[in-house]
Design a protein around this ligand. Structure first.
Ligand code: LIP
Length: 269
């Protein structure tokens, strides 16, 4: 079986190739191919093309591995490894010509379920800033080859908090209610629009903490490993792993201070 560093090396080259294609299509002009969970949950032709490229390279290089991608669904694993891919994370930013989007590629051991998987290697590549975040399990996290580390503990009042909002209007109302309850208690809020890069911002010490509800596995598979390997705690509600229900990432002390603030009304009753 390939080592974590060999898998990371392959994922890194693949992310760069996929990122170059996405950036080229962006320069040529972006076409919306359709919408998914809601009218604002868009998919572009580039999302679909980039995922086809990634899936084809994986089929050629790693034929026995499974696949779980945002645009083309799942492929069963024979090897016990599954690649979890978001071809363009931050699709709305990408469609509007905003720079904050990335190719996110992770490989996990076991079922492609964030409650149970063991992340082995992950790459998040932002072509427009030429920043490549990566990590192999147990080997630390890097940005363009240099080690990165999550920020030290701060009080919530001094915490720069990243977050995001779902595509469904009822989810957004709940997200806004939560944000309203938080905003006066923290340094400030940032909503950059790509979960993978938000998690890498935690890994690089650019955010003190990040939380979001409603993420898909491909949004956080790579960024979650990178943040973990940079020394952050990445978790979900009630000590469970990060899932669609909730992801929180940051210094363990900051996450501990944040979690009680993130409980839904249902959890506090
Ligand atoms: C996006 C996430 C972001 C979230 C958006 C969306 P996509 O993923 O990266 O954090 O707030 O609603 O889910 O759709 O661009 O791959």
């Amino acid at each position: 079986m390939a080592s974590a560093s060999e898998l990371l090396e392959f994922a890194t080259a693949l992310a760069r190739e996929a990122g170059a294609l996405a950036a080229k299509r962006r320069r040529e002009g972006v076409s919306i191919a359709g919408s998914k969970s809601s009218l604002v949950d868009i998919v572009t032709l580039a999302d679909q093309e980039v995922e086809r490229l990634v899936r084809a390279r994986l089929a050629a290089e790693r034929p026995g591995d499974g696949f779980l991608g945002e645009e083309s669904g799942a492929g069963l694993s024979e090897s016990g490894l599954t690649w979890v891919v978001d071809p363009i994370d931050g699709t709305v930013n990408y469609a509007y010509g905003l720079p904050n989007w990335a190719v996110s590629i992770a490989v996990v051991e076991g079922e492609p379920d964030p409650r149970t998987w063991r992340a082995i290697a992950g790459v998040v590549y932002s072509p427009l800033t030429d920043e490549l975040f990566s990590a192999a399990v147990g080997a630390g996290a890097t940005l363009n080859g240099s080690p990165i580390e999550a920020a030290p503990a701060v009080d919530l009042a001094g915490a720069l908090v990243g977050t995001g909002f779902g595509y469904l209007s009822e989810q957004r109302e709940s997200d806004a209610d939560l944000l309203r309850s938080l905003i006066a208690e923290v340094r400030d809020i940032r909503r950059f629009g790509a979960a993978s890069l938000d998690l890498c911002a935690v890994a690089a010490g650019r955010l003190n903490v990040y939380y979001e509800r409603g993420l898909n596995p491909w949004d956080h598979a790579a960024g979650g490993l990178i943040a973990t390997e940079a020394g952050a705690l990445v978790t979900g509600a009630n000590g469970k792993p990060a899932t669609e229900e909730l992801i929180v990432a940051g210094h363990p002390d900051v996450v501990a201070a944040m979690l009680p603030k993130l409980r839904t009304r249902r959890e506090t009753t």
